[in-house]
Design a protein around this ligand. Structure first.
Ligand code: APR
Ligand code: PHB
Length: 394
């Protein structure tokens, strides 16, 4: 079956769905092809901290109704070390900027519902997606669904297919350059319907490993502990997780943690990754297909947001005016913000986690504590931290 559209989008994660929705509200047609089912995509538990830029984009995409009702606004976070938690008043330090707490899977659900309401849901279970015609600027997407072959002729193809997607492989190896750092540990995360231990997030540098107290609502908590890369999730029953979490948060905070049955538990590896350029002729990359950050800075979803802001503006300008200047500058502009977030996420991970070369409480750990102590007691240092955490300007 042959179809035509203006913009072909591979992937129905936050990047692909948000781009498609922003194009739609600006009268530009697109088709999203997704290899998984809606239920699988919707069920992926990811982070839940939104910079204001992402909230603004969801408002522009006309999908922010539920977020406005249910999301929490956080003006600060705490850095805990040596047993004491120190609040960073980000709202005061940045002249009023805050972050919004709203689960990524909630945001994905809202975007999927918007697609369904306009009768243009992504093509789910689209298998063997391939791209042709990029070299001659007449790209075509092909895929199979239920054994039937489909072709979609487009003006542009956008790879929103994540780190393990196919789109990046269509940039010639003589042009594509990738950068990668694999961290020697992972995050063991638990989602539980228990009230959060604190009103805001707590990032904890403990000599036995990093821990994070996060949340999804006043009744649903998200906790993480740093773990070894070779950990087996089956070796972490709930009571062992809660015991280690309470241990790392110590008497003052740990004793206040309300525990309960996990509704989701998983181990995620950590990497920093960037692919350059984010454009090759009529193929553009956005979101995790072009970059991955370790989760400490909560930047993954928020970098996808700035990519989609730049790309949607560029495509809207091209179709409204014929001008392609923003398309030409997309890759450089997106990468400039990507690298600043890659740096912050690497720095914050390096500052809060225990590295294999660190013996318990050794020089490496003492240097981390010294830097954390400097940050919480220096207006300049805490301001720098705050402006990165709430999100650098687009
Ligand atoms: N064909 C079709 N779809 C594909 C293919 C393929 N070959 N490969 C991957 N996909 C789909 C995946 O199933 C997934 O639904 O592309 C989507 C990519 O979504 P994400 O990985 O969520 O990436 P993105 O939309 O950029 O969102 C970035 O998601 O993973 C988090 O931490 C990340 O918060 C960040 C956000
Ligand atoms: C989360 O709530 O899942 C979360 C919050 C902050 C992070 C990472 C993950 O830095």
């Amino acid at each position: 079956m042959n179809q035509k559209t203006k913009v072909g989008i591979i992937g129905s994660g936050p990047s692909g769905l948000l781009l498609s929705q922003l194009l739609y509200v600006n009268g530009i047609e697109s088709i999203v092809v997704e290899k998984r089912t809606r239920a699988h995509v919707e069920g992926r538990i990811r982070a839940g901290i939104l910079e204001q830029g992402m909230v603004d984009l969801l408002e522009a995409a006309q999908v922010a109704d539920r977020l406005r009702k249910e999301a929490l606004i956080h003006g600060g976070i705490a850095l805990q070390f040596e047993g004491n938690a120190h609040r960073i008043d980000m709202e005061k330090l940045t002249g009023g900027k805050v972050v919004t707490v709203y689960g990524q899977n909630e945001l994905t659900k809202d975007l999927m519902d918007a697609h369904e309401e306009r009768g243009q849901s992504p093509v789910y279970q689209a298998l063997d997606v391939q791209i042709s015609g990029i070299e001659v600027d007449r790209p075509t997407l092909t895929y199979t669904k239920n054994g039937e072959a489909f072709r979609v002729e487009c003006d542009y193809v956008i790879g929103c297919d994540g780190y393990h997607g196919v789109s990046r492989s269509y940039i010639p190896s003589t042009i594509l350059k990738t950068y990668q750092k694999i961290y020697p540990f992972g995050w063991l995360g638990v989602l539980a319907d228990v009230p959060p231990v604190s009103d805001e997030l707590i990032y904890n540098n403990h000599v036995d490993g990093f821990a994070l107290a996060s949340q999804r609502s006043k009744t649903r908590s998200r906790y993480y502990i740093q773990c070894d890369l070779d950990e087996d999730i089956k070796e972490w029953p709930d009571d062992r997780f809660w015991s280690e979490l309470v241990h790392r948060f110590g008497e003052e905070v740990g004793s206040q943690i309300i525990t309960g049955p996990s509704i989701e538990k998983s181990i995620a590896p950590l990497r920093s990754f960037v692919a350059e350029p984010m454009r090759y002729k009529s193929l553009f990359l956005a979101g995790d297909s072009a970059h991955i950050v370790p989760p400490a800075g909560a930047k993954g979803l928020n970098l996808a947001a700035s990519d989609i802001k730049y790309l949607s503006d560029a495509l809207i300008r091209r179709y409204k005016t014929g001008k392609v200047d923003l398309l030409e500058s997309y890759s450089d502009k997106a990468l400039s913000r990507v690298w600043k977030s890659i740096r912050f996420s690497w720095w914050f991970t390096s500052l809060t986690h225990r590295f294999p070369e660190h013996e318990k409480g050794d020089l490496g750990h003492k240097l981390q504590i010294a830097e954390l102590d400097y940050i919480v007691n220096s207006k300049a240092a805490s301001t720098s931290f705050a402006e990165n955490y709430v999100g650098l300007p687009y």
